[in-house]
Ligand binder design. Structure first.
Ligand SMILES: [Ca+2]
Length: 329
C-alpha cells in the first residue's frame, strides 16, 4: 500500500515538473500574433512568405491573425485563401482592399485560385481590409500585434485614417498606437534607392511613414536580393506554393518578402534568428513624391530603422528554405 502511494507521488512529482517546464517555455517563447499584408500578384515571393508563416504557425511560434490583400487584382485574395486552406487554416480572417489601388497582373494567382480548393468564392465576398484590421486589432491585447507588410501601403494608409466604429471607439491611428507592437515593412532601399512596394502607391507610402504613431522597421530591397526556393519542385503536386512558383516560372527566385517574414517572426528581439541582422541607427525615411524613390537621414530622435544584414546569404537562405519546404501533416 505504502509502495503504491509512493509510486503515485512520484508520478505526481514528474507531471508537476513537466507542467512547470511547459509553462516556463511558453512564457519564454510567447506565440507572436501576426497580421500579414500582401500584394500576392506581380511577384511570387509573397507566396513563399505565406508558406513560411504557416510553417511557423505549425511550430507554435506565431499565430496568423489575418491575411490582408493590398492589391486590386481579384485573384490575389483567392490565391492566399487556397494556400491557407492547404495548410489547414482556411478559417484565417481575410481582408481585401476595396477602394481603388494598385492593379497589376499575376502569372500565378488565378491558376492557384482556380485549381485548388478553398473557402472564399470571390474577392467581392471578402471583408473590407480596413474593417478587418480594426476588428482584429481591437480583439488583441495592448502592444501585442506584429504587422508584416510585403506589398503596397494602401491598406495601412486607410487604416490610419479610419474612424471609430462598432469594433473600436478609437481612431485608426490610436488603435494602431494601442495594439501594435511592431511594424516590419518590406519596402524601400537603404540607404537610398527606388523600390516597388513604396513607389507603386507613393502617396499612400508618404502618408503612412509620416503618420504612423510608433516605430517602423524596414527590410529593404538590398537584404532580400538573395535566391531561395531551390527545392520547390520537390514539394507535393497538390501544394499550391509549388504551383505558384512553377507558374511564375523562376526557380530559384529572390526573397524580399521571405527575409522580412523571417525577421518579423524569428528575428525580433531575442528570437533565434535575431543575429542575422542588426538595426540601423534611428533615423527617418524620406520618400520623393515625384518618383517614389527614398533616401535616409540619421536622426537620434527618429522612429524609423532599417535592417543591416550580418549573417551570410547562405545562412539566411537555408532558414527560409527549411520553412518554405514545410509540408503540413
Ligand atoms: Ca510582395
Amino acid at each position: 500500500m505504502i509502495k503504491e502511494a509512493g509510486k503515485y507521488l512520484f508520478i505526481f512529482f514528474v507531471l508537476t515538473i513537466l507542467y512547470s517546464c511547459h509553462v516556463q517555455n511558453r512564457d519564454e517563447n510567447p506565440v507572436i500574433p501576426v497580421i500579414f499584408d500582401t500584394d500576392m500578384e506581380s511577384d511570387v515571393d509573397d507566396v513563399g512568405a505565406l508558406a513560411m508563416l504557416h510553417a511557423l504557425a505549425d511550430s507554435n511560434e506565431i499565430e496568423i491573425l489575418g491575411v490582408m490583400v493590398c492589391a486590386e487584382n481579384p485573384w490575389s485574395i483567392l490565391c492566399a485563401d487556397r494556400i491557407n486552406t492547404y495548410y489547414g487554416r482556411g478559417d484565417i480572417p481575410l481582408g481585401q482592399l476595396k477602394k481603388p489601388g494598385v492593379n497589376r497582373e499575376s502569372l500565378y494567382a488565378q491558376q492557384v485560385a482556380e485549381e485548388f480548393p478553398g473557402t472564399l468564392a470571390s474577392s467581392v465576398d471578402a471583408m473590407d481590409a480596413v474593417a478587418q484590421y480594426r476588428k482584429l486589432l481591437a480583439s488583441q491585447p495592448d502592444t501585442s500585434v506584429v504587422i508584416l507588410t510585403v506589398g503596397y501601403l494602401t491598406n495601412l494608409r486607410d487604416l490610419l485614417s479610419s474612424v471609430p466604429d462598432h469594433f473600436s471607439l478609437l481612431s485608426g491611428k490610436d488603435l494602431v498606437k494601442r495594439k501594435v507592437k511592431s511594424w516590419v515593412c518590406m519596402g524601400g532601399m537603404f540607404p537610398s534607392g527606388r523600390e516597388a512596394n513604396i513607389r507603386w502607391d507613393t502617396d499612400a507610402s508618404i502618408e503612412v511613414v509620416n503618420q504612423w504613431p510608433s516605430a517602423i522597421i524596414f527590410a529593404g530591397w538590398e537584404i532580400g536580393n538573395m535566391d531561395t526556393a531551390h527545392g520547390i519542385p520537390g514539394l507535393p503536386e497538390d501544394c499550391p506554393v509549388r504551383r505558384a512558383y512553377e507558374s511564375f516560372g523562376r526557380i530559384p527566385h529572390k526573397s524580399w518578402d521571405q527575409v522580412a517574414t523571417l525577421y518579423a517572426t524569428r528575428g525580433l528581439e531575442n528570437g533565434p534568428a535575431s543575429g542575422f541582422w542588426k538595426l540601423s541607427p534611428p533615423g527617418q525615411i524620406f520618400i520623393d513624391a515625384n518618383d517614389g524613390s527614398n533616401t535616409w537621414t540619421e536622426d537620434a530622435n527618429g522612429v524609423h530603422r532599417y535592417l543591416i544584414q550580418m549573417a551570410s546569404d547562405e545562412e539566411i537562405a537555408s532558414e527560409i528554405n527549411a520553412l518554405m519546404m514545410h509540408v503540413p501533416e
